[in-house]
Design a protein around this ligand. Structure first.
Ligand SMILES: [Ca+2]
Ligand SMILES: [Ca+2]
Length: 98
């Protein structure tokens, strides 16, 4: 299992287009659910070898995803958070199986 503190390699600029869910409840849509075969799903290959569904959130509204939870067909999931600054990159914040 990966060291959760290590930023990892997936692309840091995952654009969030037309979010339609309000996950943090502030009244502003921030989250989109990405399904296999959709254009956004291509960007998710760095997060899982074969991502099935992913929940992609842009909580600060800059158009770039800052939280991604990716699910595999077998129920495994990985939750990622974008870290900014000198060590910019994605950090795994949770991982497990549903
Ligand atoms: Ca919101
Ligand atoms: Ca963002």
């Amino acid at each position: 299992m990966a060291d959760f503190s290590d930023p990892v390699g997936p692309p840091t600029h995952v654009g969030v287009v037309d979010p339609d869910q309000d996950l943090n409840g502030d009244g502003v849509p921030d989250t989109v659910v990405v399904h296999p075969g959709s254009p956004m799903s291509e960007m998710l290959h760095g997060f899982l070898d074969e991502p099935s569904t992913a929940v992609v959130s842009d909580f600060d509204g800059d158009g770039i995803a800052d939280h991604i939870t990716a699910f595999e067909d077998d129920g495994g999931y990985s939750a990622w958070q974008l870290v900014s600054g000198d060590d910019a990159g994605w950090t795994v914040t949770d991982r497990g199986s549903l």
